[in-house]
Write a protein that binds this ligand. Structure first.
Ligand code: ATR
Length: 283
């Protein structure tokens, strides 16, 4: 593994903006990737208060920041303000990555959903042709619904506490190209892949669904990564289902942010490198 070069006058800057942002794992992830690749880049967290996203985009242009991650509460405002949007960001009206194009336009991307699908692929799970039961209908669930549609899922069934947001989420999967509907808890048993995209289970041992609906023919994925082994994944493993934890989505959405930074030589093979480096550091 290469050592990270010392910061010099040529060092390129990447950053995450958000509020709060001090606890973001993104600096650890992206700097691990830069170090692994021997790139003369540094990634920092910049607190930007609500309503100041446009000023941050002006600063990005002024300072020539080479890539900017965007987190709460700025994702929608940045989507409204950048010069171009990729198809996922346009569908979601939400941006988690801004990359300058060669002619200086700021291009907004959304890598969360594709990062989730990439984490399944890395675990050997193919989405195309499968029925997916998606638990949740918040920002993360919407990104995943859109990505499942683009990845060729046969059907996405959205189960959520609040029905109105389940409908919006199912509509995103449908607009992205697959059959989709709002479902009920019993639909969990019929799914090939069950995805927990609610926040239930974060930092505790609560379950987002009745575990007796899970069975050995399924893949059960959780986007919660703290704890890494959630109560849902424990229950799924106990009945013999395959499990995919939430760390993969975190790492792959970050790796895709680097892939989108076309001014570097990063490519898809580097996803594996940054993933490996990050996992080693997490141990
Ligand atoms: P994020 O942007 O991280 O996805 P979010 O937009 O707040 O977070 O969405 C949280 C999701 O978890 C929602 O689907 C929410 O359900 P509602 O749409 O009904 O609010 C779900 N969620 C959170 N707490 C829950 C709970 N105790 N029981 C069931 N669902 C819950």
């Amino acid at each position: 593994m290469n050592a990270q070069p010392a910061i010099s006058g040529r060092t390129r800057l990447a950053a995450v903006i958000g509020s709060p942002v001090q606890h973001s794992l993104s600096p650890a992830l992206h700097n691990a990737a830069f170090t692994a690749l021997g790139l003369d880049w540094v990634y920092v967290a910049l607190p930007v208060s609500e309503g100041r996203a446009d000023t941050a985009l002006d600063a990005m242009r002024l300072f020539g920041i080479g890539g900017m991650s965007v987190t709460m509460p700025h994702k929608e405002q940045v989507a409204a303000s950048v010069d171009q949007l990729d198809p996922a960001a346009a569908a979601l009206r939400s941006v988690n990555t801004v990359v300058p194009s060669p002619d200086g336009d700021l291009v907004g991307h959304s890598t969360d959903g594709a990062g989730f699908v990439a984490s399944l692929a890395a675990a050997g799970v193919e989405v195309a042709g499968t029925q997916v039961c998606l638990l949740g209908a918040g920002g993360a669930a919407r990104a995943i619904a859109d990505a499942l549609g683009r990845a060729g899922a046969a059907e996405v069934v959205v189960v959520n506490r609040t029905a109105s947001s389940a409908e919006t989420t199912a509509a995103l999967a449908s607009a992205a190209g697959c059959a989709a509907r709002v479902g009920v808890a019993a639909d969990i048993a019929d799914a090939h892949i069950v995805v927990n995209a609610t926040s239930v289970g974060m930092g505790g041992n609560l379950l987002p669904c009745d575990p007796t609906l899970l069975h050995s023919g399924q893949v059960v994925a959780d986007i919660v990564y703290h704890p890494r082994r959630t109560a849902l994944l424990e229950a799924a493993a106990a009945v013999g289902a395959r499990t995919v934890d939430g760390l993969g989505m975190l790492v792959h959405q970050a790796a895709l942010q680097q892939r989108d930074r076309k001014s570097t030589r990063l490519n898809s093979s580097h996803i594996t490198i940054s993933y490996a480096v990050f996992c080693l550091k997490k141990k």
